[in-house]
Ligand binder design. Structure first.
Ligand code: ATP
Ligand code: MG
Length: 335
């Protein structure tokens, strides 16, 4: 085993990955894969927590492959990073059941991200036990490899906090097994949606996907929400909080162009169309190499399967060792 620190992070397998995933987490994964031992989880058990997917195992399965290809397309290197799917690592479920004994029902419900998801996904009171246990299962994902760092979007920080509570509680009752985990938020903590919603998220259908074609990106950008109070190009517009400019700042490397557009926008000297055209070009340049790499993996599905199989068996080895320690500490199976 190497003495590098460990990363564990990943994605729900509820569709393809989008620009929000990129700035929130993927970018850091790629940057850190040389200096950390990196585990990328495709959370296909978590996907069943959502009413929209619980009846749709085919979509969940397909999303494992899509999200794996997205990770590879942005530059995760299967020689460096271990990529695996959650449902195949049954040690995670064992840990999750154990963790459920250490968290009170009230504590589990006191989670702002679960509340947000109930609202955004329109769950009402129609959510499963699995949904409430979602953060506990996530704690098991993280702790099954005893990760040090978890690169995530800001919405995931409450889950990291719970992970640390669980780890500490376990250690204090049964003996030290788990390390303290640090969440690492990306360069944009929470990317807004193209509809102006506070978060780009699959559930709200307000995403630009990493795999969108040029035409799709163009259509989405041209239809983007901007300053609602601006009717004519000659009206002075607002740049702050304007999604089009948030995206320019995040994805347009030409800072002079962005500064010039902002200046003209606030003076009423540029129309939305020009601002959006330039954003489209910048996004397209950003997405081009990602699309090319993705096309390679789309044409080599066997390679993708191999990467997942290898990653899963490596993760199982690690998780089995940690679960052994846990069981030892809990005085299990010594009869
Ligand atoms: P879902 O609607 O199914 O919850 P999602 O779009 O929120 O999907 P997840 O799979 O839950 O995606 O998130 C994977 C990772 O990407 C998490 O670390 C999450 O914080 C991050 N992330 C997702 N959306 C954004 C966003 N808009 N801005 C920044 N980070 C994001
Ligand atoms: Mg989410």
């Amino acid at each position: 085993m190497s003495n590098k620190k460990r990363i564990l992070t990943g994605d729900n397998t509820t569709g393809k990955l989008h620009l929000g995933h990129y700035v929130g987490s993927l970018e850091n994964r790629v940057k850190l894969q040389d200096s950390y031992e990196t585990f990328i989880i495709l959370a296909d058990m978590h996907a069943f927590a959502y009413p929209k997917y619980v009846n749709d195992p085919e979509t969940i399965r397909d999303s494992v492959i899509q999200a794996t290809m997205d990770n590879l397309a942005v530059g995760l290197d299967p020689k460096k990073a271990v990529i695996f799917n959650e449902s195949a690592v049954s040690e995670i479920y064992e840990l999750a059941v154990i963790f459920s004994m250490l968290v009170s029902h009230n504590r589990a419900l006191r989670n702002p991200t679960l509340k947000e998801e109930i609202r955004d996904k329109g769950l009402g009171d129609n959510y499963s036990m699995g949904f409430i246990n979602f953060p506990l299962l996530q704690a098991a994902d993280i702790l099954c490899v005893n990760a040090d760092v978890v690169p995530v979007g800001e919405d995931q920080l409450p889950h990291i906090e719970l992970t640390n509570e669980i780890g500490q509680k376990f250690n204090s009752i049964y003996g030290a097994v788990f390390k303290k985990v640090d969440g690492m938020v990306g360069r944009v903590k929470r990317l807004v949606g193209i509809d102006g919603n506070a978060k780009m998220t699959k559930s709200l259908n307000n995403c630009i996907y990493l795999s969108d074609t040029e035409q799709e990106v163009r259509r989405k950008v041209m239809g983007m929400f901007t300053d609602p109070n601006r009717v004519h190009p000659t009206d002075p517009g607002r740049v702050v909080g304007n999604p089009v400019f948030i995206y320019h700042d995040a994805f347009n490397p030409n800072v002079e162009e962005v500064a010039d557009l902002k200046k003209r926008y606030t003076q009423g000297l540029v129309g939305d169309v020009e601002v959006k055209e330039k954003l489209y070009l910048a996004l397209n340049n950003f997405l081009m190499p990602i699309r090319e790499k993705r096309a390679y993996y789309e044409q080599h599905p066997d390679e993708v399967m191999d990467i997942l199989r290898t990653g899963t068996s490596k993760t199982r080895e690690e998780a089995a060792a940690i679960l052994e320690e846990v069981k030892e500490k809990m005085r299990f199976h010594r009869f």
